[in-house]
Ligand binder design. Sequence first.
Ligand code: HEM
Length: 332
Amino acid sequence: MPMKNLGLSIIAVLILALLAIGIAMSHGMAYLLTVIIPYVAFAVFLAGFVYRIIKWGSSPVPFRIPTTCGQGKTLPWIKTNPVENPAGFWGVVARMAQEIFLFRSLFRNTHVEIIDGRPVYGSAKWLWFFGLMFHWSLLIIVLRHLRFFIEPISPLIGALSAVDGFFEIGIPALYLSDIALLTGLSFLFLRRVIVPQIRYISLFTDYFSLLLIIGIVSTGLLMRHFFPADLNAVKTLAMDWVTFSPVAPQGISAVFYIHLCFVFTLMAWFPASKLMHAGGIFLSPTRNLASNNRMQRHVNPWNAPVKVHTYEEYENEFRDKMKAAGLPVEKE
Ligand code: HEM
């Protein structure tokens, strides 16, 4: 079954690539891919993303459920950990920033081995390392791509590209972020294929997302280093998209169409897939709530009204009897 998921996703990605080659050969279809589909894919991405965020955002979170990994705020002489167990807003901000930029909780990843019949836990940082490498390089690549969509090109993007191609290996220069992205992606993919436990739980969507991104990166690298795309035509096309006056380009290579076909599929697929963790992380109650249960009583707003009988009322009712029985009372 798990191998079937891998096979199906390979087939799905191959079908997309073949479709793109077919599109490259037909003028009408190229019009569809470069003029209509960009807007459809973007609209699906935006609407789907917003829909899922609103749906999560409006889900009830009646209780404080932050996971904590440090001493919470308590008596003044006890050392607290304001980030791992944040009591206030800024602690939560620092915690979220660590999570988003450094994948803090993945850093705690452990693996377990049975040694002499006993489970032995050890630290496992590879997933954190390659996961972080993959996400940061993807961000850098997407930022570099802004050069197609902005005129004049911001000097920041120029500087980013210059630093990224600093070693000037080859012409055009090989970007460090491309190598990092490919390395990270290869690890994430091989981990699913090789580790039997991970393979067992891997679904079609897990493989498909990875393969789509692998497809985008490979075709991008092919364009940059082996089958150069007409970058002027690409820039004109991208500027036409952002100014809402798209015209189907002429004579752009099939590799570019495959690149685009994968990108638009990824955009439309994004809100329906687990890639939505990009937005979901911000709404994760185990991370974004302050752990202030000791200072503040949080009442579930959906609690049905319950008639309570407080201790004070109890004592008022039975004070005489309690005193007569010799029981201690709070008020005389
Ligand atoms: C999810 C979005 C995208 C990703 C992850 C991505 C990834 C990549 C990668 C890794 C490369 C290799 C070279 C480099 O890093 O610059 C590349 C090249 C390229 N991409 Fe993309 N791409 C995306 C979207 C797009 C879009 C929307 C366009 C259309 C404007 C585009 C056009 C190109 C072109 C023309 C190249 C060749 C650049 C060159 O020769 O220097 N890409 N892409």
